[in-house]
Design a protein around this ligand. Structure first.
Ligand SMILES: Cc1ncc(COP(=O)(O)O)c(C=O)c1O
Ligand SMILES: N[C@@H](CCOP(=O)(O)O)C(=O)O
Length: 472
């Protein structure tokens, strides 16, 4: 019997992992979740700690993923071929290093595009190719990016048989480096589309295309954003690895500080915690686009329009509609699918907000470990300057959001590991402003901004997008 995944909105049939891998968004507009989270006991964590120490990250990933995936015959081989030094610059893949005994950094950006998205996307590329070749099918991946998902997906999928990628990005809102990373790719199966709008507009277009079930089936549309559960489960692994490394370093009360925008990164931390990884707290960090911090502080979730979405110096988190919050609210409401469908399928669409503060379930948010904070441009510059001057570490602006919130909210006796989500070179403008120097640039990226580019700019218009896909 295959592991079963169900939609947060309860109106789609249960599916196996390989089915939801290719399907992405559920046909009822909800997001897939496993029927139940597998549980890890203290003895399991001890065993996994031994595996990480003795065999490394790939072996740990294989064990954790096998708890969720039972219909990928070559799972172990695919995982071991992914987390290698060919793909990741550090043999530990996601090492935790320490600024002080109480503040660590989980280094998640050693992959080919220098951001944490590679941690999942490299595996997704292997999963897609394997599933498609077993079924003799093809896939058209439609994605939305604010800067990092796009390059990670394109690098993972370029040249892969049977896969085409259409990646939507907000026109003019990514850094020069991020634009160059994506737009300089010339592979025939990669299509870059810059949309006149913000990231949320791009994501809405992806969801609108997925909601047209006939179009979706005819064009075999799949997704690579964190709305696809496969992204989430691959990210759960690095939270297990982070906790194990912090415990091995002697930490007792271990929390994570997580920069988040689409609620993907911290949703994976929540899943790990619900599985039994005993994180004390999950510190949610946003930039000025603070819809998530506001929700976790007040219970009131109010999405913002494109015009109200700030263009910030941690641009990959310029997001005002956090897709994965639906997964967390489903857990918070004990999988009450009717409520979730009403909140996300009706109320949010009709009014742009909902308020759970008076709900009896709301207290559970603190039991789930969530606390939240947001930071400003000045906070980011100060965190980058602090890490550099006090610890000789150059951090990117998103990691700086996490460090800001960690330092602000840290409790006595608590050890916080901040998730380091990108390398500073992707955000050179802000690094120069903070430190008056250039970030280190890996040799493979020398002169990337000067390369020819291939990108098409379109209005925020569903018909224009579907025509592009039809006429490819
Ligand atoms: C560098 C970086 N850090 C953090 C995040 C937050 O991740 P998520 O939106 O999945 O929570 C993103 C993307 O949003 C990112 O690109
Ligand atoms: N930060 C992302 C946008 C969120 O995308 P997701 O794929 O994590 O849902 C980006 O850099 O593109």
């Amino acid at each position: 019997m295959s592991a079963q995944y169900v939609s947060t909105r309860g109106l789609a049939p249960a599916r196996s992992f390989s089915e939801i891998l290719l399907e992405g968004l559920a046909p009822d507009g909800g997001l897939y979740l496993p029927q139940e989270y597998p549980q890890l006991t203290a003895a399991d964590l001890d065993r996994l700690g031994g595996i990480l120490r003795e065999e490394g990250y790939a072996a740990l990933a294989s064990q954790v993923l096998a708890l969720f995936i039972d219909d990928v015959p070559e799972l172990d081989a695919l995982v071991r071929d992914t987390y290698t030094t060919d793909n990741f610059a550090d043999p530990a893949i996601a090492p935790v290093t320490w600024l002080s005994p109480e503040l660590g950094l989980a280094e998640l950006s050693h992959g080919p595009t220098l951001a944490f998205k590679d941690m999942a996307m490299q595996l997704l590329g292997a999963f897609f190719e394997d599933a498609l070749s077993r079924r003799g099918e093809t896939l058209t991946i439609l994605g939305a990016t604010s800067g990092d998902t796009g390059s990670a997906a394109e690098y993972a999928m370029r040249g892969r048989a049977g896969i085409e990628v259409f990646m939507l990005s907000p026109h003019g809102r990514m850094t020069q480096f991020q634009q160059a990373q994506m737009f300089s790719l010339m592979e025939e199966n990669i299509h870059n589309i810059a949309v006149e709008g913000v990231f949320d507009d791009c994501q809405d277009l992806v969801k609108a295309v997925s909601a047209d079930l006939d179009f979706k089936r005819r064009h075999r549309i799949g997704t690579v954003n964190s709305i696809n559960w496969a992204r989430m489960v691959a990210q759960v692994v690095y939270y297990v690895a982070t906790w194990l490394q912090a415990r091995d370093a002697g930490a007792d009360r271990i929390s994570v500080a997580v920069p988040t925008g689409n609620f993907g990164n911290i949703c994976a931390a929540h899943v790990a915690r619900r599985m039994g990884v005993p994180f004390e707290r999950l510190l949610l960090a946003t930039n000025e686009n603070n819809v998530l911090a506001e929700f976790f502080e007040t219970g009131h979730y109010r999405i913002r329009s494109g015009a109200e979405t700030h263009q910030t110096s941690s641009p990959s988190m310029d997001i005002s509609k956090a897709s994965n919050l639906e997964r967390y609210v489903a857990d918070l409401l004990d999988r009450d699918t009717e409520r979730v469908a009403d909140l996300f399928g009706r109320q949010l669409r009709e009014t742009g907000e909902f308020d759970l503060s008076a709900d009896s379930a709301w207290a559970r948010v603190r039991e789930d470990g969530f606390v939240a904070g947001s930071s400003s441009h000045a906070d980011r510059l100060a965190a980058i300057q602090w890490a550099w001057s006090e610890h000789d570490r150059m951090i990117d602006p998103h990691t700086a959001d996490a460090i800001t919130v960690a330092r602000r909210l840290q409790l006595p006796g608590e050890t916080i590991v901040a998730m380091e989500t990108a390398q500073p070179v992707k955000f050179g403008e802000t690094i120069r402003e903070a430190l008056d120097r250039d970030p280190v640039r890996p040799a493979a990226y020398e002169g990337i901004e000067e390369l020819p580019r291939r990108v098409q700019v379109i209005d925020n218009d569903l018909a224009k997008l579907t025509a592009l896909i039809e006429n490819r």
